[in-house]
Design a protein around this ligand. Structure first.
Ligand code: PMP
Length: 402
């Protein structure tokens, strides 16, 4: 018996509710910042990707207004038709300078950059090797491409080597894909080893710098710069929506790669060019991160200060020792408190919110295991960090949490 064309949606939604996977939105009613008004309450914000505090910065707002007044709100078509402005090219060249690559291309989002780049580079006869913890946009890009996908254990370059030894020779082309800073865990990929494997097995390598652009490396160019791998043969992708405080995505690499993507990437060709406001704001942000390294310094100061506050906090239990231990070696603004199940994670998230802290639970199916994800900003003040540690400890040291 065939199912009614639409009733299955209702059933499916019920299943989502039963599994405790149902999600709903919360409304932010203020400018982005270290504190926000959320559904009418002021909360300290530990859930933002605006790592350098640029999304509410006046110079970005002014750049967006000026570009809108000059070019309008929409670009009205594909970049290949009526959607291209000189601002797009200025931004692409600024990104290429930051990344020290020959060229760059700007997409309408980071998600679209990953979908369109992977789909342009590999197809049915090719092989993709993907870290298990990769972002959804890399995973879905791999699916859309039609290539065979093999996942390796998170950051396990030994398993990756074995997979390459067993399977590489059966495929025409091969592509390794990885986050640089893993979005939900905050740890870094092993870039030097990945580059060695890519060279040894003749593979292309895409690194997703979404959470590293503006943050890692001496000039803020990202994880590639941090590892001293600038100039190596790889494809760097990133987003304009996190530390750069705007919207959009980019790919940086050789001039030939960028020229090829302009001709073969479906999510660049068949979509409307990035809005003048978003483009101008991102361009201003790229200039700021290069001119004002103190923002990055302040973020790192906060990251180290949080680690220190945790070490100094009295009344540690095995619960809290676990994450303090794992965070101590971390090199990013993203920290996770792993929790045994979704119910506990939701409960901890709600208790944090009740005490003035916004750091919501992230749970399956978004990630494989439940956690509270905490992200730091350059604009957090000492008292914000102190309150986070105090409240987190008071919740986690209660026996019923674990
Ligand atoms: N890659 C990673 C690692 C991300 O975390 C995200 C966004 N969460 C994206 C890509 C997609 O970027 P955007 O938000 O610009 O679509």
């Amino acid at each position: 018996m065939s199912i009614n064309a639409y009733t299955w949606i209702e059933r499916s939604l019920k299943t989502i509710h039963r599994a405790d996977w149902y999600r709903s939105v919360q409304t932010v009613e203020s400018l982005p910042g270290p504190t926000i008004t959320l559904d009418g309450r002021e909360l300290i914000n530990f859930a933002s990707n605006d790592y350098l505090g640029l999304a509410g910065e006046q110079r970005l707002i002014n750049a967006a207004i000026a570009a809108t007044e000059k070019f309008g709100t929409g670009t009205t078509g594909s970049r290949l038709l009526t959607g291209h402005r000189h601002l797009h090219r200025e931004l692409e060249l600024a990104i290429a300078r930051l990344k020290q690559t020959e060229d760059a291309i700007v997409f309408s989002s980071g998600y679209l950059a990953n979908l369109g780049t992977i789909a342009a580079l590999v197809g049915r006869r090719d092989l993709i090797l993907s870290d298990r913890y990769n972002h959804s946009s890399l995973k879905n890009g791999a699916k859309v491409s039609g290539a065979t996908i093999l996942e390796y254990y998170h950051n396990d370059t030994e398993e990756l080597r074995q997979l390459l030894q067993q399977h590489r020779h059966q495929y025409r082309k091969s592509l390794i894909i990885t986050d640089s800073v893993f979005s939900m865990d905050g740890d870094l990929c092993s870039l030097p080893e990945l580059l060695e494997l890519a060279a040894e097995f003749n593979c292309m390598l895409i690194i997703d710098e979404a959470h590293a652009t503006g943050i890692l490396g001496k000039t803020g160019a990202g994880c590639v710069e941090y590892f001293g791998c600038t100039g190596q043969p790889l494809i760097q992708m990133g987003t304009l929506s996190k530390a750069l405080g705007s919207l959009g995505g980019y790919v940086a690499g050789s001039a030939t790669l960028i020229d090829y993507l302009r001709n073969r990437s479906p999510s660049w060709i068949y979509t409307t060019g990035l809005s003048p406001a978003d483009t101008a704001a991102a361009l201003e942000a790229v200039k700021i991160i290069q001119k004002e390294p103190q923002r990055r310094t302040q973020l790192w100061h906060n990251i180290n200060r949080l680690k220190q506050l945790l070490q100094e906090q009295p009344g540690k239990t095995t619960n809290t020792e676990d994450f303090i231990e794992s965070w101590s070696s971390f090199h990013s603004p993203i920290f996770c408190v792993h929790l045994p199940n979704a119910t506990t994670a939701l409960n901890v998230g709600q208790q944090l919110k009740a005490q003035g802290i916004f750091a919501p639970a992230i749970r399956p199916p978004t990630v494989s295991t439940s956690r509270i994800r905490i992200s730091l900003m350059a604009t957090h003040q000492l008292e914000h960090l102190q309150k986070l540690v105090e409240v987190l400890f008071s919740i986690l040291t209660k026996e019923e949490v674990c």
